[in-house]
Design a protein around this ligand. Structure first.
Ligand code: ZN
Length: 262
């Protein structure tokens, strides 16, 4: 029988154990994560839902699985429909089933649970997996529905698309600054950051660089790069919002959508 997780280019997903109770799953330059506990496991984000993603996740854990989305964009929620219930912010419940085009909608509809139930996670919620404890931290600027997940046991912070190694797509830098300051307050509780795109296992000082860049964006003094291209983003791309300018400080880069229609 054909393996659904192999296409003409090879394996769709790769998996790496990156902590005692932490697995990273890779699809291209995007990452999702499985956190395992004695009683249950958590999956953070589900990609677009290509192949048989559920079968792949079940090669990592056979414990009852709680699916959590960092936010409701479809590259993070497309595979939700392999499971009957997924958890996210209230805001994300309104956009998580909005496929990026008819092809992806057809993939979602081919899964077992295209009308999966959405559970709501709120700021400060604690999730106990059995000797492995997580806390939900409400953030949000890239999407108002973003949450960060603080793994208090493995000392890792998961930031979705609100802090990543390539570029944060953002239209409101006051909101982004507030999110970064909120994460900065908690930095004694984690050792590194796992984001969703373009790189993972990031050093904590990314937060400091984003705080400085956000302040410069608000003040209008940030360094604008000649081209918006980079990290899988093409200049004048017609994707999320259609274009936008790139700014950088240190390791932090943003694509500014404040003047564009999101
Ligand atoms: Zn996103």
């Amino acid at each position: 029988m054909k393996n659904p997780n192999v296409d003409e280019h090879g394996y769709i997903y790769g998996k790496f154990q990156t902590g005692e109770k932490t697995w990273t799953i890779m699809n291209g330059k995007q990452f999702t994560y499985v956190l395992t506990g004695d009683e249950k496991s958590v999956l953070i984000d589900t990609f677009y839902g290509y192949g048989d993603f559920r079968a792949f996740v079940e090669t990592i854990t056979d414990k009852p699985l709680m699916v959590i989305n960092t936010h409701g964009h479809f590259d993070h929620t497309g595979g939700n429909s392999f499971w009957p219930k997924c958890w996210m912010s209230e805001f994300a419940t309104h956009e998580c089933k909005r496929a990026f085009g008819p092809e992806l909608k057809a993939i979602m509809d081919s899964h077992a649970y295209p009308d999966y139930e959405c559970g709501v996670l709120s700021d400060g919620d604690v999730i106990e997996l059995g000797n492995h404890t997580l806390e939900i931290i409400k953030i949000g600027a890239h999407s108002d529905g973003s949450i960060a997940i603080l793994d208090k046991t493995e000392r890792i912070l998961y930031t979705g698309d609100e802090l990543e190694a390539g570029q944060v797509l953002c239209g409101n830098f006051e909101k982004h600054l507030a999110s970064m300051l909120k994460l900065k307050e908690r930095e004694a509780e984690f050792d590194y950051i796992n984001s969703a795109h373009n790189g993972t296992h990031l050093v904590k000082s990314y937060i400091d660089d984003f705080i400085k860049l956000d302040r410069d964006m608000i003040a209008g003094t940030a360094e604008k790069l000649e081209s918006a291209a980079g990290f899988g983003w093409s200049d004048g791309a017609e994707g999320f919002g259609g274009g936008g300018d790139r700014y950088r400080y240190g390791k932090a880069e943003v694509i500014d959508f404040s003047k564009k229609k999101l």
